[in-house]
Design a protein around this ligand. Structure first.
Ligand code: ASP
Length: 416
């Protein structure tokens, strides 16, 4: 059931922890040691290569998303219904996550573990802005920045605003068959390929991250036990909310809007969901998803051939839900207090990041960094998520694919 990368990552993780426990020496933290230096090098190269992709990935995939939406709306009803369904269900998933984490946050029983780490200065909101006008003017200044400096400074709001305006301009000015649309799609494919290479390095990155982490915490076993508990609680919450969305919310939508009972739904979509679970990739599952839609759910090919490929790249309920929960979790671990505006920022950024993530294994890790930057969580924190990322990706990808299929059912019933 598990794909290779997952198995490799689990082996690498055990190797990292085991090696640090058996041969690691806490003195290495003070005095330099060539082996430990090499491991730290691997860790920082891996994290830097992930960070390298944030700006181009978000910028181009958003332009692609906006032009995709624009060209889709030209298709009038089909496009409008599809996009509305995608946006509404992704918002439901994200709000569900944020409401749940408001009530259930067992990790707060332990103190934040990373208090000492400095808060990132790329944060969207100025913590000293004490009036709404200052907050708004700070946001607007960041939003309307020239695209080059926004990309260089990793100014997320600037990148998102520029991508949105460029995409909108393209849709309004260029004919639908303009080569520029194609070029943007091509650039996206190239970036996705590079992201794929970086993700191939995940086992090496995880090995180095866990070796370093174990060495730092082995001396203080109480501390590491607390941290492992926090990680476990977080993972269980992610799994429960993802399952709630997949087993309750989406089947309820299918039942109330299309009359498909949950039993019929799951019987007909079990195969693509299993493939998504085992490949952790909505895009790789697409052929199976299309087949289940047409053969089992009897969705007309005119609808499925349009709704499903679009959904595989832009409709990711599980991903948005995960990113929102992860941001709240990491904010706690780093001792960052979240205001209402920051929670709203997390909501918006998780939505944007899920639209921007390609349907590949661990793809949301690049966009996740954008959500983190927005609220001032240091990018290093991504290492914490990477530790538990692979098993969680399986379930969220299955729910992503389920969301696309329910979307196809919904759209075909609306257009009947
Ligand atoms: N693996 C997910 C998908 O393909 C994307 C992600 O959340 O990483 O749908």
């Amino acid at each position: 059931m598990l794909n290779n990368l997952t198995i490799q990552t689990i082996i690498a993780a055990s190797f990292g922890i085991g090696l640090a426990l058996l041969f690691g020496n806490p003195d290495w933290l003070e005095a330099r040691n060539p082996l430990y230096d090499c491991i730290l090098l691997l860790k920082s190269v891996f994290l830097s290569s992930l960070r390298m992709l944030i700006a181009p990935l978000i910028f181009f995939s958003l332009i692609n998303g906006i032009t995709g939406i624009g060209n889709t709306i030209r298709l009038k009803r089909l496009g409008g219904v599809t996009i509305s369904y995608y946006l509404v269900t992704t918002s439901i998933a994200t709000v569900l996550a944020l409401i749940a984490v408001f009530f259930i946050h067992p990790w707060t029983a332990y103190p934040p573990v990373m208090e000492t780490v400095a808060i990132s200065d790329n944060r969207l909101l100025d913590p000293n802005a004490d009036s709404i006008t200052l907050v708004v003017s700070g946001l607007l200044t960041q939003a309307f920045t020239n695209p080059f400096s926004a990309l260089v400074d990793l100014n997320i709001l600037g990148i998102v605003t520029n991508a949105f305006l460029i995409g909108l301009g393209m849709v309004l000015v260029l004919p639908a068959d303009s080569p520029l649309f194609r070029s943007i799609r091509d650039i996206n494919q190239v970036i996705a390929k590079i992201l794929g290479w970086v993700i191939r390095l995940l086992p090496i990155g995880i090995f180095a991250i866990l070796f370093d982490f174990t060495l730092k915490t082995a001396a203080d076993s109480g501390h590491s036990a607390a941290f492992l508990n926090q990680l476990l609680h977080f993972s269980l919450l992610v799994i429960s909310i993802t399952l709630a969305h997949g087993m309750l919310v989406l089947p309820a939508i299918a039942y109330f809007f299309t009359g498909t009972t949950p039993v019929r739904l799951f019987r007909n979509i079990a195969r693509p969901m299993l493939v998504a679970f085992s490949t952790s990739s909505s895009s790789a599952t697409l052929p199976i998803t299309m087949r289940a839609a047409e053969e089992n759910l009897k969705i007309p090919p005119t609808v499925s051939s349009f709704v499903l490929p679009l959904g595989a790249t832009m409709n990711m309920d599980g991903t948005a839900l995960f990113e929102a929960l992860a941001a709240v979790f990491l904010a706690y671990l780093f001792g960052i207090e979240l205001t209402t505006i920051m929670i709203f920022t997390i909501f918006m950024m998780a939505m944007v990041a899920s639209i921007g993530a390609p349907g590949m294994p661990s793809a949301s890790m690049a966009g996740m960094q954008m959500v983190m930057l927005a609220v001032g969580i240091p990018l290093e924190a991504i290492a914490i998520l990477l530790v538990i990322e692979r098993p969680l990706d399986t379930i969220r990808t299955a729910v992503n694919v389920e969301g696309d299929l329910v979307g196809a059912l919904f759209v075909s019933s609306r257009l009947r």
